[in-house]
Design a protein around this ligand. Sequence first.
Ligand SMILES: Nc1ncnc2c1ncn2[C@@H]1O[C@H](COP(=O)(O)OP(=O)(O)OP(=O)(O)O)[C@@H](O)[C@H]1O
Ligand SMILES: [Mg+2]
Length: 227
Amino acid sequence: MSYITFEKVSKVYQNRWFALEDVSFEIDKGEFVFIIGPTGAGKTTLLSHIYLKEFPSSGEVQILGYSSKTIKRHEVPFLRRKIGVIFQDFKLLHDRNVLKNVTIALEVTGVPSGVARERAIEILRELGMADKISKMPNELSGGEGQKVAIARALVREPFILLADEPTGNIDPDSADEILNILKRVNDRGTTVIVATHNYAFLDKVVRKRVISLQAGKVIKDEKFYIK
Ligand SMILES: Nc1ncnc2c1ncn2[C@@H]1O[C@H](COP(=O)(O)OP(=O)(O)OP(=O)(O)O)[C@@H](O)[C@H]1O
Ligand SMILES: [Mg+2]
């Protein structure tokens, strides 16, 4: 079943620049996909269209049964709840501790705080962060900060996990650990899409698809990428 369909998607900023140009592909449930390409290629723009932060200038995006052409404004938050997003700079709330950063993702969707707390603790424990739940974000290492961001994305049990340059700001060992977490999440059935310009990363995941972007265009789409 296709989770994500891009049909001739173009994105033009300020009416002159193709951030994406005529991009078409389908991504199925359970795939592990790298979006790779140099800086400015359009990776972040592509991810932004998957959780409908951005809408295409032309063409159509279909995500989990919603279409960019017909989705109602009030439906967008429901779509976003099914998609976890993690960013290079984590985007944690700096005035809240680790636990609260994770529970809040559930509380804003109406989950009672006791239940949210239980699920947050469970997922932080799985990520090896059980002893850090009372720390503030500025007391964490880069790798730990990213794990909190991952916990926050996973606590809603998303169908799709998007990671935008998830290891850009952390040391190589922590980066490997983060990638292993993403692989485990994928093994459990979640579709994982990782945007990166770090080609060395590709070799660390065995079974994956690689979509290469250059200047807004898909120049290669390797469903069974082999080193
Ligand atoms: N909000 C915006 N307004 C105008 N131009 C934008 C906007 N967002 C992105 N762009 C342009 O679109 C192009 C693609 O940007 P994008 O951020 O998607 O690249 P990227 O592949 O993620 O790069 P990086 O590896 O540096 O993160 C760039 O030329 C960028 O300047
Ligand atoms: Mg980017």
